[in-house]
Structures are given as C-alpha cells and as structure tokens.
Design a protein around this ligand. Structure first.
Ligand code: FAD
Length: 405
C-alpha cells in the first residue's frame, strides 16, 4: 500500500475513538489516537451493545474475539419494579439475532476496550496526551497537550466524551444539561442473584420515580446494573460523579421486589452519577476539526444507546472520509453531519423521554403504558427503529480515485 499522505488525529481513546480507527482502516486510512489516560482501563462498569453497533464488529471479523468476552443477550423484559410482574417482553422466535442480523452483547468495558485496542494496535494509541489547545491555521491543525508536547494533523476528530475539550474549544463554552435523574452502578456475581427471574435477559424494572436496568455481561453470568432515580432535582456539584452514603441507593427501592433489593444490596456503596445529556449541535465541524460520539451528542443511558451511537458515528464518518478522500474533506464532513444529525437528535430525545415512561406514577398513564407493552410486538416496536439500523448502509462506499493514498 502506498504511504498515506495525510494525517488524522483522534482525541480520545474511548469506544468512539477506537472504533473510528478500526472503521477508517477498512477504508485504508490510518489515524493516531491521543488519549489523556496513562493506561486504557475502564473500571467497574459495563456496556450493552445492540445490533445497530454490532453489525460493524461482526463485519470486520471481531465476532469470535467478542464472543470470548461478551454475553449474548436473547431477551428483553420490562417488569413492574415492586411486584415483579412482566409488563412486556421481546424474545423467543425469531431470536434477537435473527430479527436484527447481529447480536445484543453485554460486556465489561475493560474487556471491550482491550479487544478494540488490540485490534487497533498500541503503536497508534498515544497515552498520557491530554489535549489543551487546538490551533487551526487553515492548512493544518496543531494539537497541544498538557505535557508540553504537540502534534500536527490535516484533520482532528474530537472523540473525547461528554465533557469534550475539543467541543469547548470549538464553541467557547460547555453546556451539558443535568437530566434530573441520577444513577448508581454495580456489577454483581451470578451466585449472589438466586432470586433473579430470567437471568439471561436484559431487564427494566419500572416504578414511580425510578427504575433498575441490568443485563448479564462476560462469560460467567455476572450482572451489570444501573439503578436510576429522579433525584436530586438540582445537581449539587461541579463534578458529575459524587460520593454517596453506604446504603443510599436502597432508600427509594427498599420495598421493591426481593430480586431488586438483593441485586442492589450486593453493592452497598456506589458513587452517585449525575446523568447528563447534550442536544446534538447545529454544526459539528469547524474548519479541519469535527466531533464524534458523546462530544457531539451526549445521551442519558435510558435507551442504552450512548456507546452505540458513537459507534454508528464512527462507521459513517469513516465511510464518508473513505468515499471523498483528502481532496474532498469538506464534502466528507458535510455528508457525515447530514447523515448523523437527524438520527442522533431522535435517539437523544427518545433517551430523555424514555425515563418519563419508565418512571410514571401509579394511575391511568401507567396503566395505559402497561396495556400497550403487553400487546404482542409492542416492545419490539419501541426498539426496532433504533436496533434495526445498519449505519454502513447509509454511505455508498465506492472510493474516488485513490486521492487519500
Ligand atoms: C451510568 C452510565 C451507563 C451507561 N450505559 C450505557 C450502555 O449500556 N450502552 C451504551 O451504549 N451506552 C451507555 N452509556 C453511555 C456511554 O458510556 C457513552 O455514550 C460512550 O462511552 C461514549 O463514547 P465516546 O467514545 O464518545 O466517549 P468516551 O467513552 O467517554 O471516551 C472519551 C475518551 O476521551 C478521553 N479524553 C477526554 N478528554 C480528553 C482530552 N482533553 N485529551 C485526550 N483525551 C481525552 C477520555 O479519557 C476517554 O477515554 C452509559 C453512560 C453512563 C453514564
């Protein structure tokens, strides 16, 4: 292969940044990733990856590696959080994978990041590089890092998460919104969950002012949970993660179903996460700098789509850059934004309103929700516009005259 004559710098070695590096490689383009952390590790949290993201990993040959660290989830269930009755269920025939053409995977983030970083290759990932400043001269962009070093690139992609420095440098301000919901997270070994019905499923336990979401991860059947409550109404700190008292997460949920109490009691203390979001920007690009993933559209996790949307962004951006090449950079970035803006807006909106639906107080609205979810295929219809989507199909992949080689 001829030497690549343009440099692309990705700020952030999270899920979106690493996926972008792999997706661009599909189009013959290599990138350098600059990550602030000194090592790639995400502790104590997991992620559920749905078919709309997993088409990509399966297509680029990572199915076997992912199967070694993921749990494939066959069923999705909505329950009443207090008496445990099933309100809605998707699963059975056809299976999730048959219906959507790819798996639903539960995976520890550290394992996922390991699979991605090994596939990318550590020689392309520069650790301990916290971006401080960007200088776009029109012909190139200089990236300056906290450690005093710098790099030069033809294109910079800010994949640096919800509190993105790249976005702040583009906009001049930071405006994430607290959603009025906060969460506690934990991972519980399978042998501590003997009260849990349908342990193979991803489940939402709904109730007034809160819900529990959990799913199996990895190969041992451990469960990752996110317990969400509509509290506090005003976030009390500049930090989005604050300490909590032992047992604080049980206060609202102590009289919920025994399986819920057992799961959250297994993790007596968890910090409280303020759940934030950011409406997608009107424009994601200025000059030679663009945004991807949470940096462009941070989501609340009530639809489990933040990481999945970052992956969709990466697939579309890579295909647009592959199609238009270096000479067509403005067209590539314009096409990427156009293809992604509407979809991410819709998913961001649905993620916020899903919490309203999950947290309804007892009464006619909750009864109507339950009646709707109990009808055949209702759960599927709630989800299929998100999961039944392959971002790869959005961009024709023919290349233009090898301009980027
Ligand atoms: C409680 C909770 C549960 C969630 N559960 C799910 C789920 O089940 N499914 C799902 O799809 N999504 C979930 N999400 C959302 C998901 O975590 C994010 O949407 C996803 O990680 C975004 O990926 P990203 O690559 O855009 O950003 P990130 O994964 O946040 O990666 C950003 C990277 O940039 C680096 N960085 C930041 N600033 C700089 C800088 N100045 N210089 C260099 N590097 C920098 C960071 O260290 C990090 O590695 C959840 C979120 C929360 C809060």
């Amino acid at each position: 292969m001829a030497r690549q004559d343009w440099k692309i710098a990705v700020v952030g070695g999270g899920i979106g940044g690493l996926t972008l590096a792999l997706a661009l490689r599909e189009h013959g383009i290599e990138v350098d990733i600059y990550e602030q952390a000194n090592e790639l590790r995400e502790i104590g949290a997991a992620v559920a990856l749905s078919a709309n993201a997993n088409h990509f990993f399966q297509r680029v040959g990572l199915r076997e590696k992912m199967d070694q660290v993921c749990c494939s989830i066959p069923t999705l269930i909505y329950r009443d959080g207090r008496d445990g009755r099933v309100i809605g269920r998707h699963g059975g025939e056809p299976s999730y994978e048959e219906r959507f053409g790819a798996c639903y995977w539960g995976v520890h983030r550290a394992d996922f990041q390991m699979v991605l970083s090994q596939a990318v290759g550590m020689e392309r990932i520069h650790l301990g590089k916290r971006l401080r400043e960007l200088k776009d001269s029109g012909d190139e962009v200089v990236l300056e890092f906290e450690d005093g070093s710098s790099a030069v690139a033809d294109l910079v992609i800010g994949a640096d998460g919800a509190r993105s420095t790249v976005r702040k440098l583009l906009l001049g301000y930071d405006d994430c919104i607290y959603s009025g919901t906060s969460g506690f997270r934990g991972i519980v070994p399978a042998d501590k969950l003997d009260l849990l019905p349908d342990p193979e499923a991803i489940q939402f336990w709904m109730g007034p002012g809160g819900h529990l979401l959990h799913y199996p991860i990895g190969t041992r059947g451990d469960h990752n949970f996110l317990l969400v409550e509509r509290n506090p109404s005003v976030w009390p700190s500049r930090d989005w993660v604050i300490p909590s008292e032992p047992g604080e997460q049980l206060r609202r949920f102590h009289d919920w179903h025994p399986a819920v109490v057992q799961m959250i009691s297994a993790v007596p203390t968890s910090p409280r996460w303020g759940l934030i979001y950011r409406w997608p920007l009107g424009r994601w690009t200025r000059g030679r700098v663009t945004l991807l993933g949470d940096a462009a559209h941070a989501l609340v996790p009530h639809h489990g789509q933040g990481a999945n949307q970052s992956i969709e962004d990466a697939v579309v951006l890579a295909a647009s850059l592959g199609k238009h090449g270096r000479a067509g950079l403005p067209e590539a970035l314009e096409s990427y934004e156009r293809l992604r803006r509407g979809r991410t807006r819709k998913v961001t909106y649905a993620s916020v309103t899903t919490a309203d639906m999950l947290h309804l107080p007892d009464g006619p609205a909750a009864d109507a929700r339950n009646a709707r979810f109990s009808s055949p295929d209702a759960v599927l219809h709630h989800l299929d516009w998100i999961h039944d989507f392959d971002p790869h199909a959005q961009v024709p992949t023919e290349r233009q005259g090898g301009t980027w080689l």
